[in-house]
Design a protein around this ligand. Structure first.
Ligand code: AMP
Ligand code: MG
Length: 474
């Protein structure tokens, strides 16, 4: 028996040059790591069916579910600013799209599913580390309320993957509004394929921005979505780590959890990615990089926008809205983080003063903000007195707020996927023990709760636990 899912594959109906039809490559011995019951329910899927041998075989790529139209998507991209005319799904297969109850359409993609014509020298596989990392972090992001791709399931392959050393292989079943990237547009723009650009634009508008009338409105909509997304990342201390144009989704979801990390000690220049030598994708650079990526996106659409000069001007104006929307969102989110639901002129200064002190005092980002609710923030500062001085002004401001504690509680998580906990889960998984992975997922599903029994998971890493570098998903 093969699994049957409610597929309706609109991307597969686009012309052949958008993708290569390709089945996943079967693996030796599929084994279940996890099925995401909650997400399955949201998608209208029966989780108990997904965890059967048929479901596991489908997620491992050993049996194509009925109704799927497996393919590898073509895309290009700027990687660390350098142009690569052809990337594409080299280790992923889009099985198809599922239409959930209520009509929302989702991609179901397998990541780590074997070689495709886009694999170049890669093996098309993933080891268990990046699969576990993406599962944990993407689900944590969803629980925090950040738009993101999701993890529907993870399986082991029973095969060995070679990454400097022998590691157990795994496949992630990922769900996304779509996997269309800035790099998808770049792929066709570089080939001067205006017809494909038009089809892709219509497809994306239909699917993600039905209110947008034409390419300029699409640029405006994507700019707004990205501004809101990056502001959210910033408000949780999230560093994406590899904001290449092929890793920016047009839908406005966070995509590609390679070398990502949540900051422990706050510093705007923080970088984790082992491949980001020059700090291009440092925490504080993320808004600028988003604008840079959006400019690449907009330039792809120029051929659809009539006369060049006015088109460039209109596109530039549209992208420049990023700063306005981002600032507004950032301020709204950080106001809430310090308990403010009303707006006063000095608020931005108050927030920035706190962040400056946090950087100077190596204060833990998440613990400091949550500590504002719990009254423990001062302890996060090398010089607690510096915080106390700031807090005097803050308290005076809070006196004009109705219920700052409730506001802070729902803006400042107690639990984030701290790097050392993610690494701990990965280490155990490599040794065949998935208990730490499941425990961590369960805790991160309720990030704003107190969960006293999980208090140790709020802790910053001890000096010997600090993870200084994270590695790309390859
Ligand atoms: P990423 O860094 O994950 O955004 O991937 C960049 C490009 O490298 C994409 O085209 C991927 O499909 C490809 N790639 C990454 N890892 C592998 C792999 N193990 N095998 C084949 N292609 C890969
Ligand atoms: Mg990628």
């Amino acid at each position: 028996m093969t699994l049957t899912l409610p597929f309706d594959n609109s991307y597969a109906r686009l012309p052949d040059r958008f993708f290569v039809r390709q089945d996943p490559v079967p693996v030796a011995a599929p084994g279940l790591i996890a099925v995401n019951d909650r997400l399955a329910a949201e998608l209208g899927l029966d989780a108990s069916l997904l965890a059967t041998p048929e479901g596991i075989a489908a997620f491992a790529g050993n049996a194509t579910p009925a109704g799927a139209a497996p393919l590898a998507q073509a895309y290009a991209g700027h990687q660390f600013g350098g142009w690569v005319p052809q990337l594409g799904d080299g280790r992923a297969i889009l099985l198809g799209e599922i239409v959930a109850p209520g009509g929302r359409r989702f991609d179901l993609q397998l990541k780590g599913s074997g070689q495709t014509p886009f694999s170049r020298r890669g093996d098309g596989r993933a080891w268990i580390g990046p699969v576990i990392r993406e599962y944990i972090v993407s689900e944590a992001m969803a629980a925090l309320g950040v738009p993101t791709t999701r993890a529907l399931a993870a399986v082991t392959t029973g095969e060995t993957v070679w990454r400097e050393t022998a590691l157990p292989g795994a496949v992630l079943a990922r769900v996304a509004a779509s996997h269309i990237r800035v790099g998808t547009f770049q792929y066709f723009a570089a080939r001067e394929d205006t017809e494909a650009l038009r089809l892709l634009t219509d497809h994306v508008i239909d699917r993600h921005y039905p209110g947008a009338e034409g390419p300029l409105a699409l640029i405006e909509a994507v700019t707004a979505a990205q501004a809101r997304l990056i502001a959210k990342w910033m408000s949780f201390g999230f560093i994406h780590g590899v904001m290449n144009t092929d890793n920016m989704a047009i839908s406005g979801e966070t995509i590609d959890y390679g070398p990502c990390a949540f900051m422990d000690a706050y510093h705007p220049g923080k970088v984790f990615s082992s491949i980001d030598q020059f700090g291009r994708y440092a925490y504080g650079n993320q808004p600028q990089i988003a604008v840079w990526n959006l400019a690449q996106f907009a330039s792809c659409l120029l051929p659809l926008m009539g006369e060049l000069e006015p088109a460039i001007e209109a596109a530039t104006t549209a992208i420049n809205r990023f700063g306005v929307i981002y600032q507004r969102e950032w301020l709204r989110l950080f106001r809430a983080k310090i308990g403010l639901s009303t707006e006063e002129d000095g608020d931005a200064k108050l927030i920035e003063a706190l962040l400056t002190l946090m950087a100077e005092n190596e204060a833990d980002f998440t613990r400091t903000f949550r500590g504002l609710v719990d009254g423990t923030a001062a302890a996060e500062f090398a010089d607690p007195f510096a915080f106390e001085v700031w807090a005097e002004g803050w308290q005076a401001r809070l006196a004009r707020e109705a219920d700052p504690e409730a506001v802070m509680r729902s803006a400042n998580p107690a639990f984030i996927p701290r790097n050392h906990r993610v690494e701990e889960a990965i280490r155990a998984a490599v040794a065949g023990d998935f208990a730490p992975f499941h425990r961590l997922n369960a805790i991160l599903a309720e990030p704003y709760g107190d969960q006293p029994e999980a208090i140790a998971y709020r802790d910053a890493p001890k000096p010997d636990e600090i993870v200084r570098r994270t590695f790309c998903g390859t």
